[in-house]
Unconditional design. Structure first.
Length: 324
DNA sequence: AAAACGTGGTC
DNA sequence: TGACCAAGTTT
């Protein structure tokens, strides 16, 4: 009986829930919105310790965000990844005219808000009676209903089947807590799970969901050239889909001129490929097309990818070597 | 509709 | 240490 499972869930949640998460305590819809975007494909720890509070301090309201420069938004997002989220958040703030929609049906029209995020914001900020379907809930549903197949649409059906429409806030929060702390991917703690009596997958939880077919990530070999003039370096703002809006050094598929000084290798693992780049220093050349000069202090004000920060580290390291 | 999209945590 | 994974959405 599902209502018994709900009772077990709420009892567990009262004792073991993560009740101090700031976006769970606040009643400000905008803060909840920001948290939901930051938390997409991102662990709670990262958002909590590095990004949530600084972002809200810099952009306290939806209106502040709407009137901000998108480059400043990207700077606050630097290091968080999936930068389209930041640009969509900013674009959405402008579309809203300072007023966040108060239901999922309208929230989902905003860029960067899909069904699960729309339901999450609406359930948490406005108590709208809708289930969410994040990675935590998905894993619980796969196991609870013994479903091996990864099928988004079917999973939504199960999400509604297990949902408790009477208390959407607590239900959704509790589900995420169970998924994050009990029904974990590798070593689920079934003995402590509130759903243990009803879970159809408890005898072999690791079979649910079916393991992904692992295709190995391709390696992209690249050459990065740091153009230097006195204390300044050449950077360009990327307009490609990848890392769009972020600043970076000159990068190409060509081998570097052998006369250039070799600084070292930079490796960066991305979601769908691994970047392996050889980094060179060029002090003789003019500024490449589309690039601008920045000294190290000015670079600090720009938003750079992790890989380009590794290049900076090599430049600084090279300078220290040179001066000794 | 499969692939693109970042980074760090974890074991 | 490398592979998997994380409060998913967009194209």
């Amino acid at each position: 009986m599902i209502s018994l499972a709900h009772n077990a869930l709420y009892h567990w949640y009262a004792q073991n829930g993560r009740h101090t998460l700031p976006w769970r305590i606040t009643t400000d819809p905008y803060s909840i919105y920001v948290s939901e975007i930051m938390l997409q494909q991102t662990q709670v720890k990262t958002v909590l310790e590095k990004f949530y509070f600084p972002f809200l301090e810099r952009f306290p309201t939806l209106n502040d965000l709407a009137h901000a420069d998108v480059d400043d938004v990207l700077k606050m997002w630097e290091g968080l990844g999936y930068y389209t989220r930041a640009r969509n958040l900013h674009a959405a703030a402008r579309q809203c005219n300072g007023i966040l929609p108060t239901n999922a049906n309208d929230l989902i029209k905003l860029p960067g808000i899909g069904q699960s995020t729309a339901h999450a914001i609406s359930a948490f900020a406005y108590r709208e009676s809708l289930p969410i379907l994040d990675a935590n809930v998905k894993r619980i549903l796969h196991r609870y209903f013994a479903v091996k197949e990864r099928n988004e649409n079917k999973l939504w059906e199960y999400a509604y089947k297990l949902f408790d429409p009477s208390t959407p806030f607590d239900y959704n929060q509790a589900m995420m807590d169970v998924g994050a702390t009990i029904c974990t991917p590798k070593k689920p703690l079934c003995a402590c799970c509130p759903f243990e009596r009803w879970c159809q997958g408890k005898s072999s939880p690791l079979e649910y969901p079916m393991a992904k077919t692992k295709t190995q990530k391709p390696i992209r070999l690249r050459t990065i050239i740091v153009y230097q003039r006195e204390n300044s370096y050449a950077l360009t703002q990327r307009r490609t889909r990848f890392l769009s809006g972020l600043w970076g050094f000159y990068e190409s598929e060509e081998l570097a001129d052998e006369s250039l000084k070799y600084l070292g290798e930079v490796t960066q693992h991305y979601s769908h490929f691994t970047l392996q780049a050889n980094v060179y220093l060029n002090k003789e050349s003019i500024l490449p097309e589309g690039f601008e000069w920045f000294d190290l202090d000015e670079i600090k004000k720009l938003s750079l990818s992790r890989a380009d920060h590794k290049v900076i580290a090599q430049i600084v390291g090279d300078q220290k070597t040179y001066h000794h």
